[in-house]
Design a protein around this ligand. Structure first.
Ligand code: N01
Length: 497
């Protein structure tokens, strides 16, 4: 049998590295991605712990009417598993879930997922991690990788009387699909991306639709053009053609990101598109209600081609009087008006600052993650945490957002993490980021974020932490890929395992 030269061995197939044990937390897009990449490298000794009974993260949880992705479908796919058959420029939620489930199956990841395994703690001791789930199952690991997503813990509003509502009440990420909405009076609290998709889908299809708006949103109209049979055939047959299309989408998306962070010219052009869209609202009173009082792009933009049409439908009310309380019959606003409802949807967003909590993480010397993150969620480039050896995160705190597709960001981070893993497995070591470069990186990211429109635009948003600083790296995907091309090994403490 032909011998394999050592230089041809992938680290995962290296006799010393093969049995490295991995625990991945979360079976969404990022968890499946790292699973695929570990398998490609010859690692088999891993599990993906998923708290729910199905994979898919966001696209499993969000099943509200109109759920879709406002990032172009070809950008919102793994680069190595292109899908020429996306039906239109923007994909619907169920199609996205089917795509990711299909890829997980195709690449053999599904058997590695353990369902109903909510991780409660991860404790590092004597060179290894013990990961414990809610039902007391313990998974030992040499490497822990969190892939828990950023927008998965629903925020319920603190509104008096919420629990007294007699109709159906749920958060948008917990939509009760068993309810037939036809003929119902539906209320939606909130006007973010989730709400606007719901409103666009339901306007004219329910008896009455009341949107309770605390803050108006800027809306950037995007056309969801169908991909014709011939277009899809073209993508299917020509890799080159698909690549061209992909790059064009990517540069459009990056341009929007730059408009939020650095390009004055891009900002002006983008803002004008939003002003023009708003001007299309015929009723001046309604237009005034929907006019934001902060800079375009300060909150995450709503990308929608149908929202402004939807709010002009005669069966839709935009309610801007503040909510006084919820009563069994509906919502009472401060002007004394009772908005009678059968269904009340809470489109009130997610706790974007919980990160991997409520999981308790204890690293070397008994140092806890809560201690390390006491002031700010300190990490090394969003992917590793001081005092936490071989503890890696995908889409961790301060990952880029709003500048490109989260899938591309996850891929760039995973490529970097794989370089760490090659070393961890191949050399039999632990890697822990040093504190000073982590602090220096975090400070630089925060300084850049502060002067972006997310920090200066004069609004409240889930981007901001309690100090009012955006918790995002403003880098575009191209910039991130360049930054992460080669690890700076002297930023890590390396110890034998
Ligand atoms: O949540 P949000 P979301 N009383 O936080 C209001 C991604 N996403 O679920 O602005 C009254 O944006 C709150 O009001 P205010 C995307 O990144 C992507 O819509 O704080 N109102 C706001 O209007 C997005 O940014 C897609 O004054 C209350 C709303 O609730 C992120 O998810 C689709 C309130 C919350 O808006 C979150 O979007 C959907 C209260 N007590 C979502 N509390 C894609 O297509 C909160 N609000 C990719």
């Amino acid at each position: 049998m032909a011998e394999t030269h050592p230089s041809e061995l992938r680290e995962g197939t290296h006799p010393r590295g093969r049995n490295t044990r991995f625990v991945i937390i979360g079976a969404g897009i990022s968890g499946v991605l790292i699973g695929i990449k570990l398998l490609e490298r010859g690692f088999r000794n891993f599990v993906i712990l998923e708290k729910a009974g199905q994979m898919g993260g966001t696209w499993r949880d969000n099943v509200y009417p109109g759920v879709a992705c406002d990032v172009a479908a070809h950008l919102y796919s793994y680069s190595f598993a292109r899908n020429p058959t996306w039906l239109s420029r923007y994909a619907k939620g169920p199609d996205i879930w089917r795509y990711y489930h299909g890829v997980a199956r195709q690449f053999g990841v599904l058997p590695y997922i353990r369902y109903h395994q909510e991780v409660m703690s991860a404790v590092y001791d004597d060179g290894a991690w013990q990961v414990t789930t809610r039902d007391g199952e313990v998974y030992p690991a040499d490497v822990v990788i969190t892939a828990t997503g950023r927008l998965h813990q629903p925020v319920l509003p603190q509104i008096e009387g919420l629990g007294t509502f007699a109709g159906a009440l749920f958060h948008t990420a917990r939509w009760d699909t068993s309810i037939d909405l036809a003929g119902k009076r539906v209320g939606v609290i909130g006007t973010g991306s989730s709400s606007t998709q719901i409103v666009t889908a339901l306007a004219g299809k329910v008896e009455r639709l009341s949107i309770f708006q605390r803050t108006a949103q800027w809306v950037f109209p995007v056309k969801d053009t169908p991909n014709s049979f011939w277009t899809r055939m073209g993508f299917w047959l020509s890799k080159k053609r698909w690549k061209r299309y992909y790059l064009q989408l990517r540069s459009e998306t990056e341009a929007r990101g730059k408009a939020a962070t650095s390009s004055e010219e891009g900002r002006k052009a983008r803002d004008q598109v939003c002003y023009d869209a708003l001007a299309s609202i015929r009723d001046p009173e309604l237009r005034a209600k929907l006019t934001p009082d902060y800079a375009v792009g300060c909150k995450r933009l709503v990308f929608s081609d149908g929202f402004y049409d939807a709010v002009q439908h005669p069966s839709v009310d935009v309610v801007i009087d503040p909510i006084e309380r919820v009563v069994p019959e509906g919502v009472l606003t401060r002007d004394g008006k009772l908005h009678e409802l059968d269904v009340l949807a809470l489109a009130t967003g997610f706790d974007a600052h919980a990160y991997i909590r409520p999981m308790q993480v204890t690293g070397e010397g008994g140092v806890t993650l809560d201690e390390v993150w006491h002031d700010l969620p300190l990490s090394y480039r969003s992917m590793a945490v001081p005092h936490m050896p071989n503890f890696l995160m995908i889409n961790g705190p301060y990952s880029p957002g709003g500048t490109s597709s989260v899938v591309g960001i996850a891929e760039a981070q995973v490529d970097y993490i794989l370089q760490l893993i090659d070393r961890i497995a191949g050399e039999g070591v632990t890697l822990t980021p040093r504190e000073e470069p982590s602090r220096a990186w975090l400070q630089a990211i925060r300084e850049k974020a502060k002067v972006s429109v997310w920090g200066t635009g004069g609004c409240q948003s889930w981007y901001l932490d309690k100090t009012g600083t955006p918790t995002l790296d403003t880098s575009t995907l191209s910039e991130l890929q360049a930054q992460l091309a080669v690890p700076q090994w002297d930023h890590f403490i390396e110890r034998p395992r």
